[in-house]
Design a protein. Structure first.
Length: 344
């Protein structure tokens, strides 16, 4: 393991908030703490459920507290560049490691904002870890790639649950997640004589819009809204479905949900958005981002040729093994050890 390190980790959003970014930050913090490293977390997320965590969490600390934490630390790790939590490092210099979970700026931006420019420039001054090659390629600074982990203690195959449902989506119901693309594809499949079931798990501001779309397309008998589900319940739902669809159209840095679907025995179908193809690997197929017709064609092929599904399962174990928390933590520690050696 080497010598213990004192690591200050910032994450604007953190446990008990849920989401791919938050789950990865929590998992890596747990892994580093389990290796004997001293961890302290800084976050803007409120919460009072920290008693069971193996590290201290400082929620919205003032400047004085943040400076004391920086003085205590040997390395400052930021999950995504946060300018609000970055500038105090000018007063208390520490080696900076930035973990990039997503893209800075949107393809819809007409002007690349000054904040995004500063975040990009920060990558030239920090040691960088990107959660996908797709992200690393957008950064001006050199970046190590450590593909994200998934919770293998939560997501796994349960043979006792019968896979008798067809399509599954999980995520926030917002336009970036492309749920409308999936609903249009289901309508196209219905019009071609197939009637696959679709379960939509999640909630979000655009849920009423999607519900109206389902009604207008007369898909009520095929589509079930399961609401927000996490952990054990999500594992059960994934185990009951044959195909997970991840139709994200914007901002997918990696896509941990794809790994969770693979672990539960799903064929994963996803868009070509960002790092999602890296998360799917050889365990599924991709379609052109935002193209409901291409998605419908791909799903039609899978649903009518289930004999081909084993081609996607045969590589699942090898793919998942590379994303187990302990394996990914080893990659982080390799980078952090190099930073410590350079410091001395």
């Amino acid at each position: 393991m080497g010598d213990s390190m004192r690591l200050l980790i910032s994450a604007n959003s953190f446990y008990p908030a849920v989401g791919g970014y938050e789950r990865v930050a929590l998992t890596i913090a747990h892994q580093l703490a389990s290796r004997g490293h001293a961890i302290k977390i800084v976050t803007s997320t409120p919460g009072d459920e920290d008693a069971g965590l193996p590290f201290q969490v400082y929620r919205t600390p003032d400047l004085r507290t943040l400076l004391k934490l920086l003085q205590w630390s040997e390395i400052y790790i930021q999950n995504n560049v946060s300018l609000e939590l970055l500038w105090p490092i000018l007063l208390c210099r520490r080696p900076l490691v930035c973990v990039h979970h997503g893209f800075y700026g949107s393809s819809r931006d007409t002007v690349f904002s000054w904040k995004h420019r500063v975040k990009h420039l920060t990558t030239l001054l920090s040691t960088n870890i990107s959660v996908s090659r797709a992200i690393a390629e957008t950064l001006p600074g050199k970046s190590h790639v450590a593909l994200n982990p998934y919770r293998d203690d939560i997501f796994f195959r349960m043979p006792s649950i019968k896979k008798d449902r067809d399509l599954f989506f999980v995520g926030r119901i917002v336009s970036d997640k492309g749920i409308d693309v999936l609903v249009d594809a289901v309508a196209a499949l219905r019009d071609r004589g197939l009637r696959p079931s679709l379960t939509i798990a999640g909630s979000g501001p655009e849920e009423p819009v999607i519900r109206r779309k389902v009604e207008e397309l007369q898909l009520g008998e095929l589509v079930t809204f399961a609401g927000r589900v996490t952990d054990e319940k999500l594992n059960e739902l994934l185990n009951a479905h044959k195909i997970m669809v991840v139709p994200t159209r914007e901002g997918e840095g990696f896509g941990v949900v794809a790994l969770e679907g693979i672990a539960c025995g799903c064929v994963v179908v996803g868009s070509t958005c960002g790092g999602l193809p890296e998360a799917i690997g050889p365990c599924g197929r991709t379609f052109a981002n935002g193209d409901s017709s291409a998605l419908a064609e791909l799903l039609h092929d899978l649903l009518t040729h289930p004999d081909t599904w084993n081609d996607y399962f045969v590589h699942a174990k090898e793919h998942l093994d590379a994303h187990r928390p302990s394996v990914v933590a080893d990659r982080y520690l390799s980078v952090l050890t190099d930073v410590m050696e350079a410091k001395h």
